[in-house]
Design a binder for this molecule. Structure first.
Ligand SMILES: [Zn+2]
Length: 94
């Protein structure tokens, strides 16, 4: 009887464990979100140092302050840290 309980406990605890990530997978995940300085510069030049948000009337946001890079396809959805997937956006349009 005691042996059976131990087995059940062990199975329950195994179910709670997080799957282990290999070092290679961890590096790849970190790399997917890392934006190289050269890519940052490229996006900044392409987007003319201005927020890329365009309103329904076709007017582009004039904001040039508090800009940050945002992913068009989110990193969590498989988007990559490439210029094609990044755009400048102000704090209002992130
Ligand atoms: Zn904006």
């Amino acid at each position: 009887m005691r042996g059976m309980n131990d087995l059940l406990w062990r199975r329950a605890l195994e179910g709670l464990e997080q799957p282990k990530k290999t070092p290679v997978l961890r590096v790849l995940e970190a790399d997917a979100r890392y934006i190289p300085v050269s890519t940052r510069r490229m996006v900044n030049v392409r987007d003319e140092g201005r927020c890329t948000h365009t309103d329904a009337g076709g007017s582009r946001c004039p904001n040039r302050e508090n800009l940050d890079l945002s992913a068009i396809v989110p990193f969590s959805a498989g988007g990559r840290a490439r210029a094609a997937n990044l755009r400048l956006s102000c704090s209002e349009h992130r």
